[in-house]
Design a protein around this ligand. Structure first.
Ligand code: SAM
Length: 287
């Protein structure tokens, strides 16, 4: 591959080495220099791919100064790839200053699509994906963490966080205290041997996590269902009826029958159905 002098943003696997894309390998093979968060860590991946490019460290503490060097190299006709330890650079990882300065200097920035723990977790969480908010890491200090959680309490979007295994239980306890019965999903060790997903109301999740240390181990994406008061208020029996009827009927009809049986709002059932089922028939015109 002949690379145009540019900064390439190259996602790398978040656990399973087979998740590197063909284009990512081609770019990493062709560039003059690879800027990496931790060169020793990235050397393992690059050795595995038999790539022998020059590696340069770019991390939170030297990004400003390294950005100038890297921009100069692109302006002199070289190509640079930016990788992080895992996943997509800039997503809770270094690279923001470098990309901003490239944009300011008119240096082409070429992003490659690829692994990202937040999106991987969200896609299999079973929580609504139509709207979501990526919140990165919560503050480590208790007061700041609780303030941030309190700010987000009425957000209707699915909330996606990165969380450290050491803080997971305390964070979920804070969520239970502030958000009550709201559902949370813990996605652990994505793409690896012990990948797991658990979805429970926050108070039950605290009990489940506390019951076994292994449930807090590894790399974690924590998600909170958005605030959707209508759906939250639907009785469990009505949702059960709706789910049974949905196996046989289009959503519109199933919602109408469930509303009649349980005396709940048809619109709320219909909305719940849209968010929790992937199949809608042509009969499912909006109510
Ligand atoms: N840039 C990365 C991305 O695109 O996902 C994220 C980097 S951030 C420093 C690392 C955090 O991402 C971990 O602490 C964890 O919360 C999450 N993470 C990374 N790999 C993961 C995995 N395999 N399973 C679950 N979470 C993961």
């Amino acid at each position: 591959m002949q690379s145009v002098p540019s900064l390439y943003i190259v996602p790398t696997p978040i656990g399973n080495l087979a998740d590197i894309t063909r284009r990512a390998v081609e770019v990493l093979e062709s560039v003059d220099v690879i800027a990496a968060e931790d060169t020793r860590h990235s050397a393992i991946l690059l050795n595995h791919l038999q790539i022998r490019a020059q590696l340069l460290a770019l991390h939170d503490h030297n990004e400003q100064q390294r950005a100038a060097t890297l921009i100069q190299r692109v302006q002199q006709g070289q190509s640079v790839a930016l990788i992080s330890d895992a996943g997509t650079p800039l997503i809770s990882d270094p690279g923001y200053h470098l990309v901003t300065r490239c944009r300011e200097a008119g240096v082409p920035v070429v992003p490659l699509p690829g692994p990202c723990a937040a999106i991987t977790a969200l896609s299999a969480s079973g929580l609504p994906t139509d709207r979501f908010s990526f919140e990165g890491f919560l503050p480590a200090k208790e007061k700041a963490r609780d303030d941030r959680l309190a700010e987000l309490i009425d957000d209707p979007r699915t909330l996606v966080f990165y969380e450290s295994p050491r803080r997971l239980l305390e964070t979920v306890q804070a969520i239970a205290r502030l958000y009550g019965e709201r559902h949370v999903v813990v996605a652990r060790e994505l793409t690896k041997t012990f990948e797991s997903f658990q979805r429970l109301p926050a108070p039950e999740m605290c009990v489940w996590l506390a019951a076994d240390d292994n449930r807090c181990r590894g790399e974690i994406v924590l998600m909170i269902a958005g605030h959707r008061p209508e759906a939250d208020a639907l009785p469990a029996e009505a949702l059960r009826t709706l789910q049974l009827l949905l196996a046989e009927l289009p959503l519109k009809r199933a919602a109408a029958l469930t509303a009649e049986i349980h005396g709940v709002k048809k619109n709320a059932l219909y909305k719940w159905g849209l968010e929790h089922t992937s199949v809608c028939s042509s009969e499912d015109e909006p109510l």
